[in-house]
Write a protein that binds this ligand. Structure first.
Ligand code: SAM
Length: 235
């Protein structure tokens, strides 16, 4: 993978960035995503934010190598601190991190998010906590994708700022409102695997001398939700 040929995962994130957007890609590593969008004239400006020096230098090198200095800037910063007011960022992408870290990054930057209309997020795990944050902060999920690549399953969530309240049921939060409605084969396979994993965890918890009551209750509730969805899908 490089800026000219993105993975299917990053290409899916990029597909939700609207033409002419001013995008900040947080945790950009080599800046492949914003560089690809700039090369394809899909964005008018981009910031590649990185908190670690090595990846930040990778991003700088990539931008220079591709001659994209007029449209892209790499910044060494923690999370949304990479965004400056004059950037006029309207879209933030965060890909390839756990959901709790994505949520933490979003929570740390209300000022930088003020002008942001669209978030495109690809949490590797813990998608539900991201959806919970989106609803609580009036970002409505407008599209979702689930895909399998190189033995991993990825979910991409696109959310737009709205002025009305946003709420998701526990099932929508866990599975994703669009993914739940679609129930694709990749989705079914993911939740069949997850069901087995949680059932195994519950069996182990039940054998413990002192059963962890809260964890057990949460896992049992999750099993019920997954079983309900798989039964609905006839699986
Ligand atoms: N976004 C790219 C992708 O999806 O292929 C790179 C993902 S890489 C697994 C995660 C990157 O996020 C790392 O380069 C890491 O240094 C960066 N990162 C982690 N926490 C961050 C934070 N708080 N602010 C900025 N970057 C962060």
């Amino acid at each position: 993978m490089d800026a000219k040929q993105l993975s299917q995962r990053l290409a899916t994130v990029g597909a939700f960035v609207q033409p002419g957007a001013r995008v900040a890609d947080i945790g950009s590593d080599h800046a492949y995503l914003p560089a690809n969008l700039a090369l394809n004239h899909q964005i008018s400006y981009g910031v590649a934010g990185e908190v670690v020096r090595g990846p930040f230098e990778n991003a700088q090198r990539e931008i220079q190598k591709l001659g994209l200095e007029d449209q892209l800037v790499a910044r060494l910063a923690d999370g949304l601190a990479a965004i400056q007011p004059e950037d006029q960022i309207d879209t933030v992408t965060i890909a390839g991190m756990g959901g709790p870290l994505i949520r933490h990054i979003l929570e740390q930057g209300p000022a930088q998010l003020a002008g942001v209309q669209r978030l495109v997020l690809e949490p590797n795990v813990g998608e539900a906590t991201v959806r919970d944050w989106l609803a609580a902060n009036q970002f409505e999920i407008t599209a979702e994708r689930i895909l399998a690549e190189d033995g991993h399953t990825y979910e991409v969530i696109c959310a737009d700022r709205v002025t009305h309240p946003v709420t998701y049921t526990p099932a929508e939060q866990l599975f994703g409102p669009f993914l739940l409605a679609e129930k694709s084969p990749v989705f079914i396979a993911k939740w069949q695997r997850e069901l087995q994993r949680v059932q195994h965890a519950v069996a182990q918890m039940q054998q413990a001398k002192v059963a962890p009551t809260e964890h057990l209750a949460a896992a049992t509730a999750k099993i019920k939700l997954i079983e309900g969805v798989l039964t609905d899908a006839g699986k």
